[in-house]
Design a protein around this ligand. Sequence first.
Ligand code: FDA
Length: 306
Amino acid sequence: MIRKAAQILARQAWFRKLVMSTPIVRELAGRFVGGEDLASALAAARGANARGLKTTLNFHGMHVLDLAEAEGAAQQAMDALVRIREEGLDSNVSIKLTKIGLDLDPAYCQLQLRRILECAAGTGGFVRIDMEESNYVETTLRVFEEMQDRFGNGTVGLVIQSYLRHRAGDLDRLLDRKASIRLVKGGYREPASQVFRSKAEVDAAFNRDIERLLLRGVSPAIATHDEAAIAWTLAVQARLGLGREAFEFQMLYGVRPDLQERLLADGCTVRCYIPYGGDWATHAVGCLRRIPAGALTRFRHSLHLS
Ligand code: FDA
């Protein structure tokens, strides 16, 4: 209920303005986002790189139904690729297909993606396609496979979600194609018919997939803040006799920075996902929701919600 209300609020322009003009909230929210524009996101990436973290930049938002907005999102991705190259940053780009027009017209979206990937190929960059709700999975896989055939693994990769009930075969399908995969638990509210709901079931599926990915994956990425899953990954890596450079951990910008630093100190590769852009408040509110109670109380007081 609170979560739903927070998500609805976060999409309102007046709420975003209120958040941004409330110093303590702005400060707290700012921990989780790169800023409102590409220049701020690049600065965040520069800072992260200086601390030893690789990054991936995401012009935040999804389900765009306006052609100009979808066009603008594609342009953002291309601008990011060019600037990453110009600045020599250790960064790539993550995109959501519904941000660049999948809900408008799949063929148009594919055209947009092709332009982005041509730019990535021309700048030596890499684009990861985020995975969205379950009803987009099959289309996303098909689009990805076509792009992988055209541009290769060094230019485009995909995300696989372990919480999906009926799609365990997708990982094998992509491993057979030697695709570059980011593995996640899965982040959307979905019907129980589509996804595992209990933490135990999701964690078991995630652990199973981590092992499959480490065993056969090309440049595998495990995206999680779950310390048990991280410990499992390291145990599997040691059991398989792999080096720590054989895979990377990925985490959200500003989430568990202590853990990110600890993994770096242990010789792991860590990449953080930096959302930026006008729709950043939705993401920041989602993260604020999960930070410790003390800080959240200060957040609510500053908004006069309690
Ligand atoms: P879990 O949910 O068990 O959380 C472990 C710990 O981390 C908990 O203490 C929790 O509170 C904390 N935590 C987790 N998320 C937090 C947050 N946002 N803010 C503050 N604390 C947080 N999903 C998807 O469906 N498609 C995608 O493309 C992606 N892409 C993606 C990229 C990257 C880099 C990451 C890290 C995650 C994603 N996800 C995603 C989201 C993913 O599916 C999952 O929902 C989150 O990572 C949370 O799950 P954990 O594995 O962290 O475990």
